[in-house]
Design a protein around this ligand. Sequence first.
Ligand SMILES: Cc1cc2nc3c(=O)[nH]c(=O)nc-3n(C[C@H](O)[C@H](O)[C@H](O)COP(=O)(O)O)c2cc1C
Length: 193
Amino acid sequence: MNKVSAPSASPRKDGKKEVAKAMAARDNTSGTKENKILVAYFSHSGNTRVIAQQIHASLGGDLFEIVPVDSYPRDYDAAVEQARKELSTAYKPKLKSKVQNMKSHTVVCVGYPCWWGTIPRPVATFLSEYDFSGETIAPFCTHEGSGLGRSVTDIRALCPHSTVLNGLAVRGGHVKKAQNEVYGWLREIGLEK
Ligand SMILES: Cc1cc2nc3c(=O)[nH]c(=O)nc-3n(C[C@H](O)[C@H](O)[C@H](O)COP(=O)(O)O)c2cc1C
């Protein structure tokens, strides 16, 4: 399914320090030890959902599916064409539901399939709907060749006051065997228990 390709990019940052800082800051300001993790993901054909579930099973916290009001065509080519149009107009599709208690989360893992080398537009809507200032975002994606593409750069542009950690990119066809990759990434960014 490698019909669309884009250059890959994976900006690096010292994740462990960033997450520890985020956790400590939250403890200091709220006086609680809540430090809840949210795993929020969009998935068109199920691959990203598998990774989201692996992360959630490992970290606990809350799991939230980003679902657009108008679903995308199941047909691959039709979905690709719709996604292309939406990207070219920076369209932000309406989402079906909202996270009720966003502020109780210290770290938000955001998952998506790489679409046209970046985040699908429902993820752009999600990132614009909340104030992630001072929060830590850990991006993960599934793809068929582009890796993270320019998605992390685009997330940073949408959330300029957040700490956006190193992203994880997993081949769509490998998601069921990706557990070690997922654990390795969680360890690298300092989230593994
Ligand atoms: C609209 C659309 C655009 C895509 N664009 C890319 C792309 O630019 N690069 C890439 O490697 N894969 C691309 N793919 C493939 C998906 O990223 C890949 O199949 C992914 O694992 C699907 O995840 P999901 O099952 O969670 O939707 C695209 C797929 C679709 C439907």
